[in-house]
Design a protein. Structure first.
Ligand SMILES: [Zn+2]
Length: 451
């Protein structure tokens, strides 16, 4: 892109960023009004230009005026990634049939095939301004100007780096990354530690599962390490044990962003809480049961989103495939954006027990926090409702028999006598080809996001 266009984009995003900075602090009614304006606009757009919605609104005898609030969106059919992927043309606005879009791919996981989502160019560019909402949180934690000293420990195909490359090409705001600012997640941990010790970045970005393993490895091997002030994670889950280790033993501030290829930034953490403030004016969020009925705050269930700002692949009432809980009380930080209290991972990682209860791998790890002491890496496998198997890579010097015994006792305590627990000691659990670790494999899961 030529320099004049990049300058024009830079000015445009600079002005938008000033507005974006204030949005999290605006009164709830103002944010609600912003949400309604975007919602009505995207419904009109979907009705007029997106084949799936034109067909479905007509079939359900719904008019544009029947979809005026976020709650009304539940009247639409509940859709998911598999449906969208099989019928990509049906969800793409006719206005973008001949270009004007940028493709982004989901990385996929053990249970999902990668999916391609088209974003209209204007929305992708404006995401740079939207990022200002959580950038202000980081600026309060980091020393002035130090945020530029950053390191990305992510594959080039990650959402963060793909979108950053787009911004680099079209604005002057995202400066080109130097060779010292990017390392592949497949580089040995000793090399990464040495790189960080030498270059002293203030801010490091990685997947949650990467940070989890990296810090446990350093701790186990007593590798000298000067941690950055902030370690930012996204993309997958950081375990409760990993977060404690990073904060308590290494003195890092852990910052998480909740984002997805289908939605952009759904939410971000503030300085006060571990939940996520939701950007509901850009992406409506509700928590629902398997049938799509909205659940009250405090009850955990599936995350259903409606993307209100992307006008290319239009996704309304979309099952994202995550499992979470909405907070009952607002955050005390002064931001009015509502709070997602707990994000517990993928729906496909929810374990369904023999007695009918459901528990996420994240919650089980939380309950077994002490029993998992001495563990470098773990993975949960459920092959039948009455059998859960832990695959464990112990830290050096750990009494393996003791570890096995206490983990079986604690897990049985949490899961109940009807569920048999086995512990398999292994030497290594590999990353997926996308650089993430699948923490829980629920081979019996019937309600995953990939349905
Ligand atoms: Zn807050």
């Amino acid at each position: 892109m030529n320099r004049f266009s990049r300058l024009a984009n830079t000015g445009y995003i600079g002005v938008l960023a000033l507005v974006e900075r204030g949005i999290p602090f605006m009164p709830t009614t103002t944010v609600g009004r912003l949400q309604q304006i975007r919602l009505r606009s995207i419904v009109r757009h979907a009705y007029r230009t997106v084949p799936f919605y034109r067909q479905e609104l007509s079939r359900l005898h719904l008019a544009e005026k029947d979809l005026r609030t976020a709650a009304d969106l539940a009247k639409l059919p509940l859709i998911d990634g598999a449906l969208v992927q099989q019928n990509r043309g049906m969800f793409l606005s006719e206005k973008y049939r001949n270009g004007g879009t940028q493709s982004f791919s989901t990385s996929g996981s053990q249970t999902q095939v990668p999916r391609v989502i088209e974003w209209d160019n204007g929305s992708v560019l404006r995401k740079l301004a939207v990022a200002e909402r959580d950038r202000t949180v980081l600026n309060r934690i980091l020393a002035p100007g130090s945020g530029r000293k950053r390191l990305y420990l992510l594959p080039d195909s990650s959402l963060s780096l793909t979108i950053r490359a787009y911004w680099e090409d079209r604005t002057l705001l995202a400066a080109d990354l130097g060779p010292d600012q990017k390392l592949s997640p497949w580089v040995p941990y000793e090399v990464v530690a040495e790189h960080i010790n030498q270059h002293r970045p203030a801010l490091v970005f990685s997947y949650g599962s990467y940070a989890d393993l990296f810090f446990r490895y350093l701790s186990d091997r007593h590798i000298p390490f000067n941690p950055p002030r902030v370690w930012a994670v996204a993309g997958d889950m950081l375990s409760p044990q990993g977060k404690t280790l990073m904060e308590r033993d290494f003195g890092c501030v852990v910052h998480s962003v909740y984002q997805a290829t289908e939605t952009g930034r759904i939410g971000f953490q503030c300085e006060r809480c571990s939940g996520f403030h939701l950007n509901i004016d850009l992406c409506a969020v509700r928590i629902a049961d398997d049938k799509g009925n909205t659940l009250p705050a405090g009850e955990s269930g599936q995350v259903i989103i409606s993307n209100l700002h992307n006008r290319a692949t239009v996704l309304l009432n979309y099952r994202l495939g995550d499992w979470a809980t909405m907070a009952k009380t607002p955050c005390g930080c002064g931001r009015s954006l509502p709070l997602l209290d707990k994000l517990e991972g993928r729906t496909s990682e929810v374990l369904t027990l023999a007695d009918g209860r459901r528990i996420t791998g994240f919650a089980l790890r939380m309950d077994c926090k002490d029993a998992l002491d001495g563990v470098l890496q773990d993975q949960l496998i459920q092959s039948s409702p009455d059998l859960i198997r832990w695959r464990i890579v112990p830290l050096g010097g750990t009494d393996r028999q003791q570890l096995r015994k206490r983990l079986i006792i604690k897990s049985t305590d949490v899961l109940g006598e009807q569920t048999r627990v086995e512990v398999e000691i292994v030497e290594h659990i590999p990353f997926s080809r996308h650089g993430k670790i699948v923490g829980t494999v629920a081979e019996t899961a019937g309600t995953g996001g990939s349905q």
